[in-house]
Write a protein that binds this ligand. Structure first.
Ligand SMILES: [Zn+2]
Length: 369
């Protein structure tokens, strides 16, 4: 191994005893270094020397070779070291290295000597997702997923582009008014990223059965950005995703706040667990939807982009395991008036859940349809 200190982290001397590595409030490490050992070692972690060579180059050593190995191991565990003796971009071709350069720089924050930055991008290139709904949320999600380089993206909608969509639906433009969103989206996205395998489905969803051949086991993730019929579509997505063991995230935008939540089958409670918990209110909520003006849409682009971005970011946390997800089994509320994020109580796993309980899945296996 030829350890290389990630030199995008500044090393700051706080006082004669202490150094700080990194300058971002959520990603900085204050380390006691009374003998100035780290100050001597870090410049030698240049990716050109192995540990033995580094050890031999340090004058007036006050530590053993084993101690040096442990210091480097600790820096690696914190995520401050990469290994220059291996090609950190070996999974990608020249074009991908340039197109996804900034993605790679971001993923490098999470890399270590065992996990290269390109392994994260490679995983995205091999990922297959489905986006349900190509309105404001869906079109923002699709642009973001394409920028990330998700290898295979299926998307579904049944509407045509209208003039009133264009305040927020970034996939379309005025010349496409009257054309199917799926067709226009396919053209726009294929032009934006020529290497992604896009698949369009022009279909109205009116029941769980309508999703049977769409939410399938080969998917890695589902984004639900459809809101019609309210609540029921989320139930159907939940049912099919749990059945096929596919994680999903679902979001929506209201007047002054947006929200989203995610489900990872067998890991988090499912949406039905939550609905069972609130079943006394469920009918009233549906009635309230029926009696309210469902067409009153106050979604503006900054608000809807904010929710879409938070959903995509949480997808990265869940799928790449780069940080703790914030929406698994609970609803995240984004306040548009303050930009504050709050959380509803985490859902409780219901052992009798009609959709996700073990008893239910065993019954399904014993008596297949
Ligand atoms: Zn459940």
């Amino acid at each position: 191994m030829k350890p290389k200190f990630k030199d995008f982290y500044p090393v700051i001397s706080i006082d004669s005893q202490t150094i700080q590595i990194g300058d971002e409030p959520n990603n900085a490490y204050e380390i006691t270094d009374p003998d100035g050992i780290l100050i001597k070692i870090i410049p030698l972690l240049n990716g050109k020397l192995d540990t033995k060579q580094i050890f031999n180059l340090i004058e007036e050593r006050t530590f053993s070779f084993l101690e040096l190995e442990n210091i480097i191991k600790t820096l690696d565990e914190i995520g401050l070291i990469e290994d220059s003796s291996i090609d950190n971009l070996k999974d990608l071709n020249d074009w991908q290295r340039v197109r996804y350069n900034n993605n790679l720089n971001y993923f490098n924050v999470f890399s270590n000597t065992n996990k290269t930055k390109s392994s994260y991008q490679k995983k995205l290139l091999e990922t297959k997702v489905l986006v349900l709904g190509m309105g404001g949320l869906g079109s923002n999600l699709l642009m973001q997923l394409s920028g990330l380089g998700i290898g295979h993206i299926k998307f579904l909608d049944c509407d045509e582009v209208e003039l009133k969509n264009l305040n927020r639906q970034v996939l379309y433009s005025e010349r496409y008014i009257g054309q199917p969103k799926t067709k226009v989206g396919f053209e726009r996205l294929s032009d934006f990223n020529t290497t992604i395998n896009y698949e369009m489905i022009d279909k109205r969803i009116s029941s769980a059965e309508d999703l049977e051949n769409i939410i399938t086991k080969d998917l890695d993730f589902v984004f639900c950005a459809a809101d019609n019929p309210p609540m029921l579509i989320n139930s159907w997505v939940n049912e099919l995703c749990v059945k096929n063991n596919v994680p999903f995230i679902s979001g929506g935008v209201g007047l002054t706040c947006g929200s989203f939540y995610s489900v990872k089958p067998t890991i988090s409670p499912c949406l039905e667990c939550y609905y069972t918990f609130i079943k006394d209110q469920f009918g009233q909520v549906l009635d309230a939807y029926d009696n309210s003006n469902n067409d009153y849409n106050a979604a503006i682009l900054p608000n809807i982009s904010l929710v879409a971005s938070m959903m995509t970011t949480d997808f990265l946390r869940i799928h790449l395991q780069i940080a703790e997800p914030i929406s698994l089994g609970k609803k995240v509320i984004v306040n548009f008036l303050t930009s504050e994020t709050t959380f509803e109580n985490p859902w409780v796993n219901n052992s009798q859940c009609e959709v996700c309980s073990i008893e239910k899945s065993m019954a399904t296996n014993l008596f297949p349809k």
